[in-house]
Design a binder for this molecule. Structure first.
Ligand SMILES: Nc1nc2c(ncn2[C@@H]2O[C@H](COP(=O)(O)OP(=O)(O)OP(=O)(O)O)[C@@H](O)[C@H]2O)c(=O)[nH]1
Ligand SMILES: [Mg+2]
Length: 304
């Protein structure tokens, strides 16, 4: 199975991802070998508000990395993503171009697999792309819900895609940006005010005092539709790679992943416990507080 993956053939990879997405329980047994088989592909999160141009930018990024001789994997964690449907004709044509390229692998992830939430499913899928030798591996998420933020946080390098019309939302955006952004792309650079928006963001971030001992993220202007600014964005992502691999950052990410796995596992074991229904009912009837209920379920010893 893993041998097949390493050949770089698309079909075994596609089959494995279908199993991951479909919640096939046999995937669990593959995980140790799957993670061990990784080549260290750069995990790059592309996130931002709906319609900011993430998919178009991903397409342009693919083009630039292909010019640099790299094999690019893409996971789109969004049911409405144009990798499968939607999107205007121009986007589709660009996607089709890449779809014919055997050194580009694109896949939409929509469902939640057996081994936990969308974040877990996405990370197993990313590991599969890594084992198949794709580098970088781009993960597009709409930066809205908690699970998307979680996915972004697990990427080694996260690019937040904004648009020039941020206006009064800038302050609100700021908090979210500092939370996840390693690089900010002000996309739709062909629209008026893009350079000004980028300057505003830079000024704001330089005084924001976000996470201590961290430099403010670089702010770049891109036009995804023409690929203007995209080579510079690729340079910035590449430059961030070594920062992302500092022992401290690697540990932070690993801790998040283990915490996530632990929460998923504990929840699954508790739900399988014969005492689950009674515990839930007791909480609903206000006879028990949720914390005590959870503690008792954990103590039931199902978490091996
Ligand atoms: N003018 C202009 N339009 C752009 C640019 N980039 C993307 N668009 C357009 O913006 C629209 C949304 O682009 P998408 O790439 O689908 O945006 P997205 O962020 O992936 O959208 P969701 O996945 O739905 O959140 C499309 O009509 C694109 O053609 C740009 O740089 N300039
Ligand atoms: Mg999209």
């Amino acid at each position: 199975m893993l041998g097949e993956l390493r050949t770089g053939e698309r079909r075994p990879l596609a089959r494995l991802l279908t199993r991951v997405e479909g919640g096939d329980p046999s995937v669990r047994a593959l995980l140790p070998d799957l993670f061990a088989a990784g080549h260290g592909g750069h995990l790059v999160g592309i996130t931002g508000p709906p319609g900011s141009g993430k998919s178009t930018l991903v397409s342009a990024l693919i083009g630039e990395w292909r010019k640099r001789g790299r094999r690019v994997g893409v996971l789109a964690v969004d049911p409405s993503s144009p990798y499968t449907r939607g999107a205007i004709l121009g986007d589709r044509i660009r996607m089709m171009e890449h779809a014919a390229d055997r050194d580009v692998f694109m896949r939409s992830m929509a469902s939640r697999g057996e081994l936990g939430g969308l974040a877990a499913t996405t990370w197993i899928a990313a590991a599969a792309l890594d084992a198949a030798g794709f580098d970088p591996i781009l993960i597009e998420t709409v930066g809205a819900g908690q699970s998307e933020v979680e996915i972004a946080r697990l990427a080694e390098t996260t690019v937040v895609v904004e648009v020039p019309e941020m206006g009064d939302e800038v302050q609100a955006i700021k908090a979210g940006l500092l939370e996840v952004a390693d690089i900010i792309a002000v996309n739709k650079g062909d629209r008026p005010g893009a350079d000004r928006a980028a300057r505003q963001l830079r000024a704001m971030l330089s005084t924001a005092g976000g996470r201590i001992e961290r430099k403010p993220p670089p702010v770049l202007v891109t036009t995804a539709t023409t690929a203007e600014g995209v080579p510079a964005l690729v340079d910035a992502i590449e430059a961030h790679r070594s920062t992302a691999r500092s022992p401290m950052r690697a540990r932070e990410r690993a801790a998040s992943q283990v915490r996530r796995a632990l929460a998923d596992l504990a929840a699954r074991h508790a739900e399988a416990d014969p005492g689950w229904e009674a515990s839930v009912q007791a909480v609903a009837d206000r006879e028990l507080d949720p914390f005590t209920a959870a503690e008792r379920l954990l103590d039931a010893g199902r978490l091996e």
